[in-house]
Design a protein around this ligand. Sequence first.
Ligand SMILES: [Fe+2]
Length: 186
Amino acid sequence: MADNIKGSETEQNLLKVFAIESQLRNKFDFYARIAEIEGFDYIKKFFDKTSLSQREHAKLWHKWLNFGKAEHTADVLEDVVKGKYSGLGKYYDMCAQKAQEEGFQHIADLFRHISEVEKSNQAMFKKLLASVKDDHIQPDKDGNYRWECSVCGAYFDQKEIPDHCPLCLNEDIFFFKRPFDETGEN
Ligand SMILES: [Fe+2]
Protein backbone atom coordinates (compact mmCIF):
# COMPACT_ATOMS: atom_id res chain seq x y z
CA MET A 1 0.00 0.00 0.00
CA ALA A 2 1.25 3.48 -0.85
CA ASP A 3 2.14 5.40 2.28
CA ASN A 4 0.91 8.86 1.37
CA ILE A 5 -2.28 10.07 -0.24
CA LYS A 6 -1.27 13.68 -0.88
CA GLY A 7 -1.49 14.69 -4.53
CA SER A 8 -3.16 11.45 -5.68
CA GLU A 9 -6.39 11.18 -7.64
CA THR A 10 -7.70 9.07 -4.77
CA GLU A 11 -7.24 12.07 -2.48
CA GLN A 12 -9.37 14.15 -4.89
CA ASN A 13 -12.01 11.42 -4.96
CA LEU A 14 -12.04 11.23 -1.17
CA LEU A 15 -12.56 15.01 -1.03
CA LYS A 16 -15.45 14.73 -3.47
CA VAL A 17 -17.25 11.88 -1.71
CA PHE A 18 -16.69 13.55 1.66
CA ALA A 19 -18.42 16.69 0.30
CA ILE A 20 -21.25 14.66 -1.28
CA GLU A 21 -21.91 12.59 1.86
CA SER A 22 -21.75 15.69 4.08
CA GLN A 23 -24.29 17.47 1.89
CA LEU A 24 -26.59 14.45 1.76
CA ARG A 25 -26.39 14.08 5.52
CA ASN A 26 -27.87 17.56 5.93
CA LYS A 27 -30.37 17.20 3.09
CA PHE A 28 -31.75 13.95 4.52
CA ASP A 29 -32.00 15.60 7.91
CA PHE A 30 -34.04 18.48 6.42
CA TYR A 31 -36.16 16.05 4.36
CA ALA A 32 -36.92 14.00 7.48
CA ARG A 33 -38.43 17.12 9.07
CA ILE A 34 -40.57 17.73 5.97
CA ALA A 35 -41.87 14.15 6.03
CA GLU A 36 -42.52 14.46 9.79
CA ILE A 37 -44.49 17.70 9.41
CA GLU A 38 -46.62 16.09 6.68
CA GLY A 39 -47.30 13.03 8.83
CA PHE A 40 -45.19 10.46 6.99
CA ASP A 41 -43.56 8.96 10.04
CA TYR A 42 -42.15 5.88 8.28
CA ILE A 43 -40.52 8.09 5.62
CA LYS A 44 -39.18 10.42 8.32
CA LYS A 45 -37.60 7.42 10.06
CA PHE A 46 -35.92 6.22 6.89
CA PHE A 47 -34.52 9.71 6.18
CA ASP A 48 -33.22 9.86 9.76
CA LYS A 49 -31.60 6.43 9.37
CA THR A 50 -29.95 7.28 6.06
CA SER A 51 -28.86 10.70 7.35
CA LEU A 52 -26.88 8.95 10.09
CA SER A 53 -25.52 6.53 7.51
CA GLN A 54 -24.28 9.44 5.33
CA ARG A 55 -22.58 10.95 8.37
CA GLU A 56 -20.74 7.68 9.02
CA HIS A 57 -19.63 7.54 5.38
CA ALA A 58 -18.39 11.14 5.65
CA LYS A 59 -16.56 10.21 8.86
CA LEU A 60 -14.85 7.31 7.11
CA TRP A 61 -13.68 9.46 4.17
CA HIS A 62 -12.56 12.20 6.54
CA LYS A 63 -10.44 9.65 8.38
CA TRP A 64 -8.80 8.43 5.15
CA LEU A 65 -8.15 11.98 3.97
CA ASN A 66 -5.91 11.98 7.02
CA PHE A 67 -4.65 8.56 5.87
CA GLY A 68 -6.13 6.78 8.86
CA LYS A 69 -4.07 8.70 11.40
CA ALA A 70 -5.76 9.66 14.65
CA GLU A 71 -6.35 13.38 15.04
CA HIS A 72 -6.05 15.30 18.27
CA THR A 73 -7.90 18.35 19.50
CA ALA A 74 -4.98 20.65 18.70
CA ASP A 75 -4.86 19.25 15.11
CA VAL A 76 -8.54 19.79 14.42
CA LEU A 77 -8.48 23.29 15.94
CA GLU A 78 -5.45 24.07 13.82
CA ASP A 79 -7.42 22.90 10.77
CA VAL A 80 -10.36 25.13 11.64
CA VAL A 81 -8.18 28.19 12.31
CA LYS A 82 -5.70 27.79 9.45
CA GLY A 83 -7.41 25.41 7.02
CA LYS A 84 -9.33 25.78 3.79
CA TYR A 85 -12.45 27.31 5.33
CA SER A 86 -10.84 29.63 7.86
CA GLY A 87 -11.78 32.64 5.71
CA LEU A 88 -15.44 31.70 5.39
CA GLY A 89 -16.58 35.02 6.91
CA LYS A 90 -14.76 36.99 4.21
CA TYR A 91 -16.12 34.64 1.56
CA TYR A 92 -19.64 35.43 2.78
CA ASP A 93 -18.83 39.14 2.44
CA MET A 94 -17.96 38.58 -1.22
CA CYS A 95 -21.17 36.59 -1.70
CA ALA A 96 -23.14 39.44 -0.09
CA GLN A 97 -21.55 41.99 -2.41
CA LYS A 98 -22.45 39.92 -5.48
CA ALA A 99 -26.01 39.25 -4.27
CA GLN A 100 -26.44 43.00 -3.72
CA GLU A 101 -25.19 43.80 -7.23
CA GLU A 102 -27.61 41.25 -8.67
CA GLY A 103 -30.57 42.69 -6.75
CA PHE A 104 -31.01 39.91 -4.19
CA GLN A 105 -31.14 42.21 -1.18
CA HIS A 106 -32.61 39.70 1.27
CA ILE A 107 -29.99 37.08 0.40
CA ALA A 108 -27.25 39.72 0.65
CA ASP A 109 -28.46 40.59 4.17
CA LEU A 110 -28.46 36.91 5.12
CA PHE A 111 -24.92 36.45 3.77
CA ARG A 112 -23.75 39.45 5.83
CA HIS A 113 -25.43 38.17 8.95
CA ILE A 114 -23.89 34.71 8.61
CA SER A 115 -20.53 36.31 7.83
CA GLU A 116 -20.58 37.92 11.28
CA VAL A 117 -21.49 34.61 12.90
CA GLU A 118 -18.63 32.84 11.10
CA LYS A 119 -16.14 35.56 12.07
CA SER A 120 -17.26 35.36 15.68
CA ASN A 121 -16.94 31.56 15.65
CA GLN A 122 -13.51 31.82 14.07
CA ALA A 123 -12.38 34.24 16.83
CA MET A 124 -13.56 31.74 19.44
CA PHE A 125 -11.79 28.85 17.70
CA LYS A 126 -8.56 30.89 17.83
CA LYS A 127 -9.00 31.24 21.58
CA LEU A 128 -9.70 27.52 21.91
CA LEU A 129 -6.53 26.76 19.94
CA ALA A 130 -4.58 29.12 22.21
CA SER A 131 -5.98 27.28 25.23
CA VAL A 132 -4.58 23.90 24.10
CA LYS A 133 -1.25 25.25 22.79
CA ASP A 134 -0.08 27.37 25.69
CA ASP A 135 2.70 25.15 27.07
CA HIS A 136 5.36 27.49 25.69
CA ILE A 137 4.05 30.52 27.60
CA GLN A 138 6.27 31.43 30.50
CA PRO A 139 5.13 33.00 33.79
CA ASP A 140 6.41 36.38 34.93
CA LYS A 141 9.08 36.78 37.61
CA ASP A 142 6.50 36.16 40.35
CA GLY A 143 5.24 32.93 38.75
CA ASN A 144 2.01 34.49 37.47
CA TYR A 145 0.42 33.72 34.14
CA ARG A 146 -1.84 36.11 32.27
CA TRP A 147 -5.24 34.41 31.94
CA GLU A 148 -7.75 35.77 29.44
CA CYS A 149 -11.51 35.27 29.74
CA SER A 150 -12.83 33.74 26.52
CA VAL A 151 -16.02 35.80 26.62
CA CYS A 152 -15.17 39.36 27.67
CA GLY A 153 -11.40 39.41 27.02
CA ALA A 154 -10.55 40.57 30.55
CA TYR A 155 -7.26 39.22 31.78
CA PHE A 156 -5.95 38.38 35.22
CA ASP A 157 -2.37 37.84 36.36
CA GLN A 158 -2.23 34.97 38.82
CA LYS A 159 -0.57 31.58 39.28
CA GLU A 160 -3.64 29.35 38.95
CA ILE A 161 -6.35 29.42 36.34
CA PRO A 162 -9.28 31.59 37.58
CA ASP A 163 -12.44 29.70 38.53
CA HIS A 164 -14.73 32.47 37.27
CA CYS A 165 -14.66 35.87 35.60
CA PRO A 166 -15.57 38.69 38.01
CA LEU A 167 -16.21 41.05 35.08
CA CYS A 168 -18.68 39.30 32.80
CA LEU A 169 -19.85 36.71 35.37
CA ASN A 170 -20.57 34.44 32.43
CA GLU A 171 -20.74 30.76 33.32
CA ASP A 172 -20.04 29.39 29.85
CA ILE A 173 -16.40 30.47 29.65
CA PHE A 174 -12.88 29.15 29.66
CA PHE A 175 -9.55 30.84 30.38
CA PHE A 176 -6.42 30.59 28.31
CA LYS A 177 -2.88 31.80 28.89
CA ARG A 178 -2.03 34.95 27.01
CA PRO A 179 1.60 35.98 26.42
CA PHE A 180 2.52 39.08 28.41
CA ASP A 181 4.07 40.82 25.42
CA GLU A 182 0.74 40.81 23.51
CA THR A 183 -0.58 43.46 25.88
CA GLY A 184 2.54 45.61 25.65
CA GLU A 185 3.19 45.14 29.35
CA ASN A 186 5.74 43.21 31.38
FE1 LIG B 1 -15.23 37.62 31.35
